[in-house]
Design a protein around this ligand. Structure first.
Ligand code: SOE
Length: 377
């Protein structure tokens, strides 16, 4: 008989919908020994939170997140609010003895993230950060192939995450829909929001980054505040390009921007090694492109692997070979791994501590973007 795990969701935005979907679906597909129950959701806007609770089947709605954290019937807190609120909520949740799952990035800076790590470690509570792209089966397959030595010595890791939704100067900053443009709420622009995904995957697949040099730019210098209507300076980075060195000797190139016209969420990555190359594209997320230098010379070429077979990561739990899955499944996989971690005692990554490293690299990128100098990590 599966054990109930009562979830307290903080927030009702896009990510709260994605996570609620994952909590609701996981037990139908993964036998983890746990059955998540959508117990309570909190957000300031009483009407919105009530309607969110009805849509997703939360048993109750609160307008103060502290009530959810203090409630005896809540086991795990899921934080889906703007980045400036992550630390306060996560620390309070850990002190109340709750498990804590936090939307990425962990917080606005490494300095703000560190007390969160200390709090979950001191309380001894399970914790995880929602860097979901690791759990796309094709990306997990790449990780496994690199770990198995299929590429041999790695020479290059490159990744991009491109969007185009902030090109208009009329897009405001701040408020519920555009807090990602407000440096006080978000901490940074594309570095913490998009590049952080690329970094999480890269650190996981290719190991630590030892030094880097970054270019950052803010193309639109002033925007209206969505709440006050006042025009204010823009404090976020609109674009970032990073050259880096990995501890394993390979070179890294990373780029993210919200000014790449035509691109909505173009996350791509490629790894080149001595024995082969691997690449992946979020817009064709079930496929891995693989060049194996080891095959007979006359047959050299890129192999297109459709990652839907039962022996591919996570896929044995889904449909039948050939039937594809989507973005939302990566979150279901993350919940499944979190629950498996509770059962096995081996915490699912990235934990808060793992994500602190991503925060450290993001800080270094922003510092290098400002100074124009290489930063050693
Ligand atoms: C921004 O538009 C955003 O929603 C990010 O905040 C997410 O983390 C990313 O996965 C998709 O883009």
């Amino acid at each position: 008989m599966a054990k109930s795990l009562n979830i307290g969701m903080i927030g009702t935005g896009f990510m709260a919908r994605v996570h609620s979907h994952a909590w609701s679906s996981v037990a139908h597909f993964f036998d983890t020994g746990y059955r998540p129950i959508l117990k309570a959701v909190a957000a300031r806007d009483a009407e919105k939170v009530k309607s969110f609770a009805e849509t997703w089947g939360y048993e109750r709605a609160e307008t103060d997140w502290r009530k959810v954290i203090e409630a005896d019937d809540i086991d795990a807190i899921d934080i889906c609010v703007p980045n400036d609120m992550h630390a306060e909520i996560a620390i309070a949740a850990a002190e109340a003895g709750k498990m804590v799952l936090c939307e990425k990035p962990l917080a606005r800076t490494e300095a703000e993230s560190k007390p969160m790590v200390d709090a979950v470690e001191k309380a001894g509570v399970a914790n995880m950060v929602w860097y979901n792209y690791r759990r796309i089966p094709a990306v997990t397959l790449i990780k496994n192939m690199v770990a198995d030595g299929k590429l041999g010595t790695i020479f290059h890791y490159r990744a991009q995450f491109l969007q185009d939704w902030t090109i208009s100067p009329d897009v405001p900053q701040g408020g519920a829909a555009t807090w990602r443009l407000d440096v006080d709420a978000a901490g940074s622009g594309v570095t913490g929001d998009l590049l952080a995904h690329c970094l999480d995957t890269a650190l996981w697949i290719n190991g630590g980054i030892s030094s880097l040099s970054a270019m950052t730019e803010t193309f639109i210098k002033e925007r209206k505040d969505a709440l006050s209507g006042e025009t204010k300076p823009v404090g976020i980075d609109d674009a970032a390009a990073v050259m880096s060195r990995f501890e394993n000797g390979s070179l890294g190139l990373f780029e993210s921007t919200r000014y790449a016209r035509g691109h909505k969420a173009a996350y791509t990555l490629e790894i080149n090694g001595e024995k082969g190359s691997l690449s992946w594209d979020l817009h064709d997320l079930n496929r891995v492109q693989y060049f194996d230098h080891g095959v007979d010379g006359a047959q050299h070429g890129w192999t297109n692997i459709l990652v839907t077979d039962g022996d591919h990561p996570y896929l044995g739990k889904w449909w039948v070979p050939g039937l594809i899955i989507g973005y939302e499944h990566s979150f279901i996989h993350q919940v499944a791994d979190f629950l498996d971690g509770l059962k096995s005692g081996k915490p699912a990554a990235p934990t808060f501590k793992d994500a602190l490293e991503t925060a450290r690299v993001c800080d270094a990128i922003l510092a290098s973007g400002k100074s124009g100098k290489w930063v050693t990590l």
